[in-house]
Design a protein. Structure first.
Length: 187
């Protein structure tokens, strides 16, 4: 968006969803690797990059894949409130999402697993489990397993967008309870 363009709440939201959709579809998109924030079991906040695998603006949901043995799954089972963050430098756009992350039911996973390329399956399984101490990077054995594959579905409660523009930064908050209608915020 150029500095001469008037930005409406709906146009800004469309930009945010469009950038998220690009992240799910293109390896080169900035939104491909959002930062996921959870409440750590130790009491500390935990943040890590995940790969955005699906976006549904109509449903207000996003999806990521993970190893069910990873700490993030245990953290989300304990406290499903989570956040996702994207910085998209080409659009000068920050996207902050807050919501609940839930595991998709196991019975839905086989067709999703079949669509995962063999090379990518390596990260869903293996010994020892993710995060365990090892002596060298070669002390981990790949062992792709459907039983270790999880699809996490993020139900967006709020989307906060900050568009950095030369004339004036524009910031807005969109809440699911308001049908994502949006409200301008001071930048």
């Amino acid at each position: 968006m150029s500095e001469a363009t008037h930005v409406s709440l709906s146009a800004l939201l469309d930009l945010g969803w469009g950038r998220l959709l690009a992240g799910a579809q293109s390896r080169d998109a900035a939104a491909r690797h959002p930062t996921l924030a959870t409440f750590g079991l130790s009491g500390w906040p935990e943040m890590r990059s995940v790969v955005l695998r699906g976006v549904n603006p109509d449903a207000g949901t996003l999806e990521v894949h993970t190893d069910v043995a990873s700490e993030k799954v245990s953290e989300l089972r304990e406290a499903p409130n989570a956040g996702l963050h994207v910085w998209d430098p080409s659009a000068s756009l920050q996207i902050r999402l807050r919501g609940k992350m839930k595991e998709r039911p196991r019975k839905e996973l086989p067709p999703i697993w079949e669509a995962v390329p063999d090379q990518a399956r390596k990260v869903y399984g293996g010994h020892p489990y993710p995060g365990y101490a090892i002596q060298s990077p070669y002390d981990h054995t790949d062992d792709p397993q459907l039983d270790r594959f999880a699809v996490l579905k993020f139900e967006v409660a709020e989307i906060e967008l900050l568009l950095i523009e030369a004339d004036k930064h524009k910031r807005a908050l969109y809440r699911r309870v308001n049908g994502f209608a949006g409200q301008w915020l001071a930048p």
